[in-house]
Design a protein. Structure first.
Ligand SMILES: [Zn+2]
Length: 681
């Protein structure tokens, strides 16, 4: 027993400033849950670990912007995500959080180990310092003008307009994002992890792995080729794990270094919770453990290069046995995929559809070797024709037959049919798929067994035998019921809720609920069956269309909200406004008295307008649609109280109203004659 393999399976730590969406589910959570459930059926020694990643500048920044504490932000997302995982049946042994004390201690211990061995390197670098705030500013805490595109609100780490990667020192006119203070450049001391020194060791280790997925190896190769660079492990921030070394006040351990140590802390926490506080060592330090990190492709570098290098530096810990990273799951649909990407939140979808239907749909399109696409239509088809049409159908027809022809009891059996052996043989292929992390193939083979079961029912025609050969008919139905039990085991990794339901329908329990009992006789003859139920009710077109519409709605609503936010500071986010708000906009009739094209501009016209007693000038981008001469004399509608601005250096004092769609633009004009300056309401 001592040499038995242990499995330590981890799922990526979700960052606690966002809700988990179905792209995350497909990349890092459903695959390990399926894998772990299979291992448990096999009787393997396995624990399944994850938790919220709760530090870093993004959380601190979100807290500042929302005017709440970072604790409030992380609580919101941690508890919501935890519940969504439970609802969809992701069964962690522990879902911890990196804000827990045990993690702070573990991460500090790890850091000190490297520091005391003089592995960490001290470097002095130029950094922006706020005299007013008395601290160095981390990159995200600086804003300024992008040197590439001129965006005046570029972030210290990147420009969101042109996508350039930046450092705060490259920004023109940098200022503190929090106080607006103009920082000065000062020498700052930081500790670095010398990743470059581990390049050879890491390469050797990685290339000794023969069973890693090709996509993972490809990513790793790319990084190794460009050379591993030293990375800072300290950062100027209040929120996080304090650097446990003198002369580092106001610094925390960089989150990329500290977060993956969360896997170790969570394992400790789990074993403390079951009163075996030292047992975590058997998993992290014992040679018989297979450490498997399930992640999305954006995390490959951390889990297959950087964290292993840190583990090597520390010593004593095992290294990952495999990192079966997945590609991305996108949402199909023309506009949606671009603007929203994976925008379907886990917490929302589990409220609308049964968890097993979502699990099945996602499992059948897992992005194991390339990106894949989710669509609502596909979810409907998978439910109606596969889950209901194949799986639900087999269970239902078998149970209904036993109920009506055999008094709701399990009929007797004498001879064995080949069918059970066939199923047993098939499980070897499925096992291989699981062992190689080919979960999509495992699902296909699993469903093929259910297809074969339906074929067996059809070919043996029990409905014909029931009159004259009732005993033979009973044998067939007994076989079918035994298959139902095997199917409950087989589908358990993918469809745990349905598996439970089948056991209930069979009035059975988990005594024989093990992988090696598939294809065996697990149900006693003569026993009464439980109550039948429809496993997969049909999903109607209406339900699916509703989801597709609400996607589009929320998409365009988001656009409206964004526009409102851009234009007014205190938007409540709703797109309804009160009369008071409308009255704030001063709309008036204006008469165009002069109009000319703006030199060197393809779009702009300069208009001189009469508005009541005054004259004003507006610059408007309508020259593709109207010639200057045809504008003169028109009665148009303008926003009279818009803040003046400059377009190509020309003053513009207001805005005219026009209707625009699909590259066409038409002015809003007044019907008939009215004095310029008249109020529009
Ligand atoms: Zn830019």
């Amino acid at each position: 027993m001592q040499n038995k393999t242990k499995y330590l399976v981890t799922a990526a730590l979700p960052y606690a400033n966002n809700y988990v969406h179905i792209g995350h589910l497909a990349g890092a959570y459903l695959p390990p849950d399926i894998y772990v459930r299979y291992r448990k059926l096999k009787g393997d020694d396995v624990i399944f670990i994850s938790g919220s990643d709760e530090h870093g500048t993004a959380i601190d920044m979100a807290a500042i912007q929302e005017k709440v504490s970072p604790q409030e932000i992380i609580d919101r997302y941690h508890f919501s995500n935890k519940k969504a995982f439970e609802d969809i049946g992701i069964e962690f042994d522990i879902f911890s959080r990196t804000s827990n004390k045990i993690h702070h201690e573990t991460a500090q211990e790890f850091f000190l180990n490297l520091f005391n061995k003089n592995i960490l390197v001290k470097k002095t670098e130029k950094q922006l310092y706020s005299e007013k705030e008395k601290r160095f500013l981390a990159d995200r805490f600086v804003t300024g003008t992008c040197p590439v595109c001129g965006n005046t609100e570029a972030r210290g780490d990147e420009c969101e307009v042109c996508g350039s990667n930046l450092s705060p020192l490259e920004l023109i006119n940098p200022r503190s994002k929090i106080t607006g203070d103009i920082p000065v450049v000062k020498d700052a001391v930081h500790l670095y992890f010398p990743l470059g020194r581990y390049q050879d060791k890491i390469s050797k280790w990685i290339f000794s792995k023969k069973d890693w997925k090709q996509n993972v190896i490809n990513y790793v190769n790319g990084w190794l080729k460009s050379g591993l660079r030293d990375r800072a492990v300290t950062r100027d921030l209040d929120w996080g794990v304090k650097v446990p070394v003198e002369d580092n006040e106001g610094k925390v351990i960089y989150v990329w270094f500290e977060a993956p140590i969360g896997y170790i802390s969570a394992t400790k926490e789990y074993f403390i919770s079951i009163n075996e506080p030292d047992k975590w060592k058997e998993y992290w330090m014992g040679e018989n453990t297979k450490l498997i990190h399930f992640i999305g492709k954006d995390n490959i570098v951390f889990h297959s290069l950087i964290f292993p290098a840190a583990l090597m530096a520390h010593g004593g810990y095992i290294l990952p046995d495999n990192v079966p990273a997945n590609e991305f799951l996108n949402i199909s649909g023309s506009k949606l995929s671009k603007s929203k990407k994976n925008g379907i939140l886990l917490k929302d979808i589990v409220e609308k559809f049964p968890p097993d239907v979502v699990r099945y749909t996602i499992a059948s399109i897992l992005p194991e070797s390339k990106d894949s696409e989710f669509s609502w239509k596909d979810l409907q088809t998978k439910n109606n024709s596969e889950l209901a049409g194949i799986l639900g159908n087999f269970i239902n027809r078998t149970v209904v037959f036993a109920k009506t022809k055999f008094d709701n009891k399990i009929p007797g059996r004498k001879n064995d049919d080949e069918i059970l052996n066939l199923i047993k043989d098939q499980t070897q292929i499925i096992s291989q798929n699981y062992d190689n992390f080919k979960l999509k193939d495992a699902l296909t083979e699993t469903m093929n067994i259910v297809r074969a079961a339906n074929k067996y029912f059809n070919d043996t025609e029990p409905w014909k035998l029931v009159k004259d050969e009732k005993e033979r008919c009973g044998e067939i139905i007994n076989n079918c019921l035994q298959i139902c039990y095997s199917v409950a085991i087989l589908i358990y990794p993918f469809l745990p809720f349905t598996s439970e339901k089948i056991l209930k329908i069979l009035n059975s329990d988990k005594t024989n609920f093990k992988w090696d009992r598939i294809g065996e006789v697990n149900l006693d003859s003569g026993k009464e069956l439980g109550e039948n139920q429809i496993l997969f009710p049909q999903i109607e077109d209406k339900q699916i269309e509703k989801e597709m519409e609400s996607e589009i709605e929320s998409d365009s609503k988001q656009e409206v909200n964004n526009n409102i936010k851009k234009n007014s500071e205190d938007s409540s986010g709703s797109n309804l406004i009160g009369l008071e708000d409308f009255k704030k906009v001063n709309l008036r009739v204006a008469k165009v008295i002069e109009c000319e094209a703006v030199p060197k501009s393809k779009k702009l016209l300069k208009l001189k307008l009469k508005v009541g007693d005054k004259e004003k000038q507006i610059v408007s981008g309508i020259s593709e649609y109207y010639k200057p001469e045809e504008m003169i004399g028109k009665l148009i509608v303008i926003v009279d109280n818009l803040k003046p601005s400059k377009l190509m250096g020309i003053d513009s004092d207001g805005m005219l109203l026009a209707a625009k769609k699909d590259g066409e633009l038409r002015l809003v004009l007044v019907d008939g004659e009215i004095e310029p300056g008249a109020e529009v309401s």
